[in-house]
Design a protein around this ligand. Structure first.
Ligand SMILES: [Zn+2]
Length: 359
């Protein structure tokens, strides 16, 4: 079709009824699906079953430069396997050609089509070829300014990307902690309330004391609970009290666990209310001789790593603190599997804890 005829054809789109538009969508999708150039290998035809290890390895191997389509195909398969159709949750899903260099799928239940990124925070995000750079920036925990430089985007975009990439990880937490569970609260200094950047700025006074000029600096209570497999739950507490800790941990710690804490008022009240098998260890590093395995050294070491790591951001606004906790939790959970691909999967709600959380 020549450009002029195509222009007339497109101008007519505005006159179509919704039923006619539906038919046109259908025909366009069929035309796209039948395009021989876009035909894909058979390995990802069976999208309803989730990806095989071999397919995953292949996808990861192909993703070494830029965000390879294979990785996003893997994301699509995994998401369909876990969540089904993003529109209706149905699992009867088939391939439906390609669009924007991504595979497309069609749900046989609701008949809607979708891409691997539909319904994820990555949907609509531009410069896909730079996403691996963004993932590297998250691994190294670099500042917005450095991430912007690495990804060749402006700092405002870099800040937005950071939060887009991390938002799904806020839901990626272990469903339960078991065995010996250590829990303790810590405090993170809030800074620049109402601002959301860690862009370069004058350093805080020595000691991080509350400043003047109307800036609010508060110590924000954070609870961390960690079992001996390393599974970690964390939460910002609105108040340091038993009720807040119950809201943060209550459903995830079974009564049978050996719950170790320092005997603080709030956490002890929580443990009693939750009917946990409570072990009070008031002196970290000095467990009782008769039970050397009961201590809170691991959770306190986690606090240490968290606070050391978060210092680079020169203070975090309270509303963003859960995201930074998730960032740190993901770094810890990935451990040896720390690859950029894992962060892109995590951004698409396939994080290391593999929670079945549709976002
Ligand atoms: Zn559907």
């Amino acid at each position: 079709m020549d450009d002029e005829t195509f222009g007339v054809w497109r101008a007519g789109i505005g006159l179509l009824s919704s039923a006619q538009r539906g038919l046109a969508f259908h025909d366009l999708a069929l035309a796209e699906a039948n395009d021989p150039v876009e035909f894909l290998d058979a390995a990802i035809e069976d999208v309803g079953q989730g990806g095989s290890d071999a397919a995953q390895a292949e996808a990861l191997a192909g993703a070494s430069s830029g965000c390879a389509p294979d990785l996003l195909s893997q994301v699509g398969q995994d998401r369909i396997g876990r969540f089904g159709c993003p529109h209706c949750g149905g699992h009867d899903v088939g391939r439906w050609g390609r669009a924007n260099a991504l595979p497309r799928y069609r749900c046989k239940g609701c008949r809607k089509t979708f891409s691997p990124l539909t319904g994820t925070p990555l949907a609509g995000l531009r410069y896909r070829e730079r996403w691996m750079d963004q993932a590297e920036a998250l691994i190294s925990g670099e500042s917005v300014a450095k991430a912007a430089e690495r990804c060749r985007i402006d700092p405002t975009t870099a800040f937005r990307w950071r939060h887009r990439f991390l938002s799904a990880l806020n839901f990626d937490k272990p469903g339960s902690l078991s065995g010996i569970v250590e829990a303790d609260e810590t405090f993170v200094l809030e800074s620049f309330k109402g601002k959301h950047r860690d862009l370069p700025r004058p350093p805080r006074k020595r000691g991080g004391k509350a400043g003047k000029r109307g800036l609010s600096n508060e110590q924000i209570p954070v609870i961390v609970a960690r079992d001996r497999t390393g599974a970690t739950l964390d939460a910002v507490l609105p108040r340091l009290d038993a009720h807040s800790i119950m809201a943060a941990l209550g459903g995830a710690i079974a009564p049978a666990t050996d719950f170790c804490c320092d005997g603080g008022t709030a956490i002890t009240a929580f443990a009693r209310e939750a009917k946990l098998k409570l072990h009070v260890l008031p002196a970290p590093g000095h467990p009782k001789p008769e039970a050397p395995e009961l201590h809170i050294n691991n959770v306190n070491a986690y606090h240490g790593r968290l606070k050391e790591w978060i210092r680079r951001f020169h203070g975090v606004a309270t509303k963003n603190l859960p995201t930074y906790l998730s960032w740190r939790r993901t770094i810890e959970a990935l451990g040896d599997r720390m690859k950029p691909e894992a962060w892109i999967m995590g951004a698409a709600a396939i994080g290391p804890y593999q929670q079945l959380t549709q976002i």
